[in-house]
Design a protein around this ligand. Structure first.
Ligand SMILES: NC(=O)c1ccc[n+]([C@@H]2O[C@H](COP(=O)([O-])OP(=O)(O)OC[C@H]3O[C@@H](n4cnc5c(N)ncnc54)[C@H](OP(=O)(O)O)[C@@H]3O)[C@@H](O)[C@H]2O)c1
Length: 286
């Protein structure tokens, strides 16, 4: 099954946004495997889609039945997007969001996810929201990879454990919802892994699986902001990430949910499985 270009129409085509990212490319692969026409979109994707360029959205949405949405990087654009999606005849939106998004209070973390949720929940389209805990893959495909390769991950993570989830499970859930959206319409699924681990325990499991002497070091949120800005992060973005650790420290998001097992009919993948599979690729040696 090849990807659908915007000129093509099929009444079951799924537009996958963020299709080059951690969840989007796995969702797209699952859809292709079961023969669903996929339009894989992002700024560098096969179908060009840029949240900051609404002029290109209608072409991406033409002939699409459902959309997997990785939220825009800033609050706002999703409101216009749901209007355009409705006008294009889209029937269902599956939005990725963060665990417990309506319990984040006056934290400045995740304003873009909360704005996207507000737009989706206020729309007349069918929708499902997948609110996910921190991904296992943050340790090899995202922010925590480079520090681990250098031998030490220093975070303001505290002692509160996090129920890390394998992105393969997030993609399995998205695929399940997209295959048959009706039973999931208007639902928010809170997705976690099977057990909560501290960041120090997660690093220890990666160290053991990879055979490298990796360490975890506790630092203050202010020091973490300093670490990120020293590597070129703009200060507001660095504060945004540090704010997430303050939220996790509240303990409100630490408890695993049974949702993945309920939706998929099997337990979620463990962090140990993730660490073994990923260590075998040599990821933490380079
Ligand atoms: N990491 C976690 O633990 C976690 C947990 C829960 C929720 N989330 C949320 O998940 C989202 C990220 O999802 P992900 O991890 O699957 O993606 P990701 O790996 O962070 O990749 C981002 C994707 O979005 C695309 N993108 C970036 N800027 C864009 C723009 N201006 N216009 C269009 N596309 C753009 C990128 O492709 P191009 O560069 O080609 O455009 C890429 O495909 C964030 O909203 C995050 O808050 C993350």
């Amino acid at each position: 099954m090849t990807d659908q270009m915007p000129a093509a129409t099929s009444n079951d085509t799924v537009l996958v946004l963020g299709a080059t990212g951690k969840t989007g490319r796995r969702v797209a692969a699952r859809l292709r495997l079961r023969g669903t026409p996929v339009r894989a979109a992002s700024r560098s994707g096969r179908t060009r889609f840029d949240w900051s360029d609404p002029g290109g959205w209608d072409a991406a949405l033409r002939g699409v039945a459902a959309v997997y949405v990785v939220p825009p990087p800033v609050p706002g654009p999703m409101h216009e997007f749901v209007v355009r999606a409705g006008a294009a005849g889209v029937r269902h939106l599956v939005l990725l969001s963060g665990r417990g998004a309506d319990s984040w209070g006056d934290s400045t973390f995740g304003l873009e996810m909360r704005s996207a949720e507000e737009a989706v929940r206020g729309s007349a389209l069918g929708w499902t929201i997948l609110r996910s805990s921190n991904f296992d893959q943050n340790f090899d495909e995202d922010l925590f990879h480079a520090p681990l390769v250098a031998g030490e991950l220093a975070l303001p993570a505290g002692a509160v454990p996090e129920p890390f989830i394998d992105v393969e499970d997030v993609a399995d859930v998205a695929d399940t919802v997209l295959a048959d959206p009706a039973p999931h319409t208007g639902l928010i699924h809170e997705l976690t892994g099977p057990r909560a681990l501290t960041f120090a325990e997660a690093v220890d499991l990666i160290a053991r699986a990879s055979g490298r002497p990796l360490t975890y070091r506790q630092i203050s949120p202010a020091d973490y902001v300093g670490t990120l800005t020293a590597t070129g992060w703009p200060e507001p973005a660095a504060r945004h990430v540090a704010e997430m650790f303050t939220l996790l420290d509240s303990g409100l998001l630490a408890e695993p949910t049974p949702t993945v097992a309920t939706l998929l009919g099997r337990p979620p993948r463990t962090f140990e499985e993730y660490a073994l599979r990923t260590a075998a690729n040599g990821t933490w040696h380079r």
